[in-house]
Write a protein that binds this ligand. Structure first.
Ligand code: A2P
Length: 326
């Protein structure tokens, strides 16, 4: 049987929602530009062999099916012994963010994954779009305001039915989270947002900690090479100076910094060497001086969210989308 030495060393964080634990470093499956399903499947299998146990997908990414196939094959090959050894996150797309479509959307996700349940189901963005039209980018005239109360109630029903162990949101500001919390019976376990040394999200992380919501970082490396991505993280002089002094690389310094913020992280690499390097962040730490220097890096989002604004939609500007946090 193939096993991984890292398996036992991957730290986990308890989610508020119950006894569930999320492996700190997750493996992203969104590829931009898109790749064929076989590439995704073999990257996930490689990741499992290296010790990754937390996988992030979404209805939008076209990666649910190859992810499910990779997990099934990992079980067949004995790389993992049971489904519950992996933590699976998926996300509700905007066109299904209407109360009556939430449960069918999750059922479709489960069918794609060929699983009975997922571990975490997130509202992908705080906006709805016309039902039945799955498109990205969403056309300006297809945006609709989201009815947070009824959509969240439908998410809660998914958890009650056992189809997802936890529920949460993605790309929500403090203000929008407050709105969810004001009617919620089950509070969100997670808010998945962009976090990296160039967009540190101090205020949001503090707010979420106070509410018992775990922040999970996406684009932890700045999503270099993707359509909205930036090289500012991996090319940051501060990050690279620290990397050089410590005998690490820039990605490891960025990932270590994120881990030290007490948050979860979802990184994407389909390259075996980089997948491996990115795991090597748990047996060393940044000094106070290094943390201070990183704290002074000039801030700016990689993902401005401009694609989710529209003159016809609920958010006309990115200021409205992020409630001024830009
Ligand atoms: P690749 O899949 O070829 O490794 P993020 O996790 O912030 O979304 O960033 C993902 C991007 O960063 C991908 O393009 C990925 O490319 C690249 N990447 C992942 N790990 C590393 C690394 N250790 N060094 C450089 N680039 C990396």
């Amino acid at each position: 049987m193939e096993t991984s030495s890292l398996e036992s060393t991957m730290p986990e964080i308890s989610l508020k929602s119950g006894s569930q634990k999320i492996p700190v470093l997750g493996f992203g499956t969104a590829s931009d530009p898109p790749v064929d399903p076989e590439t995704t499947k073999s990257a996930v299998l490689q990741a499992i062999q290296l010790g990754y146990r937390h996988f992030d997908t979404a209805a939008l990414y076209n990666s649910e099916q190859p992810l499910g196939e990779a997990i099934a094959e990992a079980l067949n090959r004995g790389l993992i012994k049971s489904r519950d050894e992996v933590f699976i996150t998926s996300k509700l797309w905007c066109s299904d963010a209407h109360a009556q479509f939430v449960l069918p959307a999750l059922q479709k996700t489960l069918k794609n994954l060929n699983m009975d349940y997922i571990d975490l189901y997130l509202i992908h963005w705080p906006v709805s779009s016309k039902p039945g039209i799955v498109e990205y980018p969403i056309k300006a005239e297809d945006f609709l305001p989201m009815d947070f109360k009824s959509v969240w109630a439908a998410m809660e029903e998914c958890q009650r039915l056992g189809l997802t162990k936890s529920i949460g949101v993605s790309n929500f500001s403090c203000k929008k989270l407050e709105e969810i919390l004001s009617t919620a019976n089950i509070s969100p376990a997670v808010n998945q947002v962009e976090v990296n040394p160039c967009w540190q999200q101090k205020k949001l992380i503090e707010f979420c900690k106070a509410k018992g919501i775990l922040v999970v970082a996406y684009s932890p490396l700045g999503a270099a090479g993707t359509f909205y991505g930036t090289n500012r993280v991996l090319d940051s002089p501060v990050i690279n100076q620290i990397a050089k002094a410590r005998g690490k690389n820039a990605a490891q310094v960025a990932l270590r910094w994120e881990y030290e913020q007490g948050i979860g992280v979802v990184m994407k690499s389909f390259n075996k060497d980089r997948m491996k390097q990115n795991l090597e962040i748990f047996n060393w730490s940044l000094s106070d001086e290094e943390l201070k220097k990183i704290g002074e890096i000039l801030q700016g989002r990689a993902n401005t969210g401009a694609d989710y604004t529209s003159i016809y939609g609920p958010y006309k500007t990115i200021e409205e989308l992020w409630d001024g946090d830009i």
